[in-house]
Design a protein. Structure first.
Length: 268
């Protein structure tokens, strides 16, 4: 049986992570731990009582504690795409427990809220034995999603354009994700001035697709540019095969759902 550790502060939790390393499992809501059949950890550290469930709003965006639950996101945040992503994480009981921090570390194809955060160019902050460290979420995933401390906060600016989130599942409600797409597109003088496109189920981690973004920037958001972006996305992704869907099907759905998201934005 694993040893259960209960830190009294974020700083103490960061020290435990530094001391125990990979033998330590970090649990907040515990929904990911229940879902995965991973080898049992030697120690389990509970962080639910560390007060990381605050939501701070400003004119410039949001600051979310890593312990904010899917229910809090669904009920309290002013960004519909984030609410939609949280609404698709299991049923109400799971949403009451599952946290935004856990969603960022969720195995693919899970982690739908993280996909929207990527499209918002979010920043994640970790508490380590040497103090706080912040980095862009896209950089965290590009480096392999390895943390040397405790994820405490996620910051994101207000959407820099129209933000759309779509999920492909086998059924309408409470369905495992095949792929998820989030696109934030800013239009300037009839052309795409900025674009941020992210996918779930397209690789080992949620990913941002720069190739699809570049296919749009400087062009009118129409049939030609949307088709080019979808082709770039299908070529850039590396989806896997599991009990939910095959690699071939996920690649097709990445192109299909990005096309739908961009058409929705183009339609206004």
């Amino acid at each position: 049986m694993a040893e259960y550790l209960q830190p009294g502060s974020v700083e103490e939790a960061a020290g435990m992570i530094a001391s125990h390393g990979s033998s330590l499992a970090i649990v907040a809501g515990g929904t990911s731990a229940m879902r995965y059949s991973a080898p049992q950890a030697e120690q389990v550290m509970g962080v639910r009582g560390l007060g990381m469930n605050n939501i701070e709003r400003s004119s410039g965006g949001l600051s979310l504690g890593a312990g904010v639950t899917m229910s809090q996101i669904r009920e309290s945040l002013p960004i519909p795409a984030l609410q939609d992503a949280a609404r698709g994480v299991g049923g109400p009981a799971v949403q009451n427990m599952a946290t935004i921090g856990g969603n960022i570390f969720a195995r693919q194809p899970y982690g739908d809220v993280a996909v929207v955060l990527l499209a918002l160019d979010a920043t994640v902050t970790f508490s380590t034995a040497n103090g706080e460290r912040s980095q862009k979420l896209v950089e965290f995933y590009d480096a392999g999603a390895q943390a040397d401390g405790l994820l405490t906060r996620i910051d994101c600016a207000a959407p820099g354009g129209e933000l759309v989130y779509l999920k492909c599942g086998r059924r309408r409600f409470n369905s495992p994700t095949v792929v998820a797409v989030a696109a934030c597109i800013g239009i300037d003088n009839g052309k795409v001035g900025n674009a941020c496109i992210a996918f779930g189920g397209a690789g080992k981690h949620p990913m941002r697709c720069v190739a699809a973004e570049q296919a749009l920037i400087g062009k009118a958001l129409g049939d030609a540019s949307i088709k080019a972006a979808a082709q770039q996305a299908a070529g850039a992704c590396s989806p896997g095969t599991d009990s939910v869907a095959t690699e071939w099907y996920r690649r097709r759905m990445i192109a299909t759902y990005l096309t739908r998201a961009l058409q929705q934005i183009a339609a206004g």
